[in-house]
Design a binder for this molecule. Structure first.
Ligand code: TXA
Ligand code: MG
Length: 367
């Protein structure tokens, strides 16, 4: 199959909408990452999404909606809020009006209209209203919910440009709508709301958890599996939260601290991991490479270093994170090291989550 990258003209939006109505798949830009979209209420189209992505069926999809669909309409259609208390409903209403359109996904009890394949058999469905104008134009044109996981093959780095989608999925889908580089660069925050109105964070993402807590005036619960995310899906509150995810093809090791803060004792395990690699890629959070290189070079006398820099400010780093990782993956380095982000607030929390999942455990024990 030939894959065409389309500019987002109104003619091309119509072309993409017609393909979606026929049950075909289209990659669409969103403000977070590109999505692999299909008709969200058509089981055959949804099955194709899983096949094209090589995604296991236990990992449910997000349904994307056009802006300004009132909660009452969702209640009689995709959602079953019968068990929701009035206070929970009010909390839901205020989350929707404040954060939609935008990078917040809400997990809520689903109605029978939503295919079980979308929700992987769970009684809930994930909903999100994207803020990207091209996604909104497409959703308005198709007039139906679009199921859309990130447009990468399963477990790999999420795409934040049309070219990155092409590298992942060319030959597997007919169209990619080109909406430029994603402005947020990290997937949406996934929040589950119980019928009692209790929120649980299932995935940190584009809306910082502190922002949600300030809006709701309460602390948000983290799922029990949070601290040591599993390599298996059983028992996870959000089945997509696997330990290994967003991963480059090459081994990536997360440094125990920022390069300038590494202690002499920290270097020994790093050097033994790196030994034998002639080219080493490093993802750093700095505006100026000089200091980093000065500190790194004495420890890697034998290796050629390929440094990729991200801004220390997490909201400026996030839009480039996946692109820089992809760059390192495509370069000549055979082993990658990443600094942890300097700030664990705001988007720093989500960046750390992605780097943790992209990385390989240190010194794997002998088999
Ligand atoms: O920003 C985003 O959310 C992007 C863009 C394309 O919108 N989409 C995205 O989709 O990241 P995906 O499929 O890569 O991630 C969806 C996440 C997974 O972690 C999945 O397990 C979780 O949402 N999820 C979906 N439905 C759920 C449900 N019913 N209960 C719990 N978690 C759910
Ligand atoms: Mg994904």
């Amino acid at each position: 199959m030939q894959t065409d990258i389309l500019s987002p003209s109104s003619g091309h939006i119509e072309l993409a909408a017609a393909a979606l109505r026929r049950g075909q798949l289209v990659a669409m830009p969103t403000e977070t990452v590109y999505g692999l979209a299909g008709h969200g209420l058509d089981t055959a189209a949804v099955a194709q999404i899983f096949a094209v992505k090589e995604r296991p069926h236990f990992n449910p999809l997000i349904l994307h909606l056009a802006p300004a669909i009132p909660l009452e309409k969702l209640q009689g259609w995709l959602l079953d809020l019968a068990e929701f208390t009035p206070a929970a409903r009010e909390r839901l209403e205020s989350l929707c009006t404040t954060f939609w359109p935008g990078p917040l996904t809400l997990v809520l009890p689903k109605s029978a209209v939503v295919p079980d394949l979308v929700s992987s058999g769970l009684p809930t469905v994930a909903l999100r209203v994207p803020a990207h104008p091209v996604a909104q134009a497409l959703l308005q044109a198709v007039q139906m919910p679009l199921a859309a996981p990130s447009a990468n093959r399963f477990g790999r780095i999420s795409p934040t440009s049309a070219q990155a989608v092409y590298a992942e999925l060319s030959g597997r889908i007919p169209y990619i709508l080109d909406g430029g580089n994603c402005s947020v660069g990290l997937e949406s925050t996934v929040l589950k709301l119980s019928p009692e109105g209790i929120p649980t964070l299932l995935r940190p993402g584009g809306i910082p958890v502190e922002t949600l807590e300030a809006h709701l005036g309460l602390r948000i619960r983290l799922p029990a599996d949070w601290a040591n995310a599993s390599t298996h899906s059983e028992g996870l509150e959000s089945p997509g939260q696997l330990r290994s995810h967003y991963a480059p093809n090459k081994p990536l090791f997360l440094l125990p601290a920022r390069v300038l803060q590494l202690q002499p004792a920290d270097w020994q395990p790093i050097q033994s991991q790196v030994s034998g690699h002639a080219h080493v890629g490093i993802l750093g959070f700095a505006r100026d490479p000089e200091k980093l290189l000065e500190r790194l070079q004495p420890h890697f006398a034998e290796a050629i270093l390929h440094l990729e820099l991200l801004d220390p400010d997490p909201s400026l780093a996030a839009p480039s994170l996946f692109d820089r990782l992809r760059h390192l993956d495509e370069g000549s380095a055979t082993l990658l090291l990443a600094e942890p982000p300097p700030l664990r607030q705001g988007l720093g929390h989500a960046i750390m989550d992605r780097l943790r999942r992209a990385s390989t455990p240190w010194n794997p024990p002998p088999p």
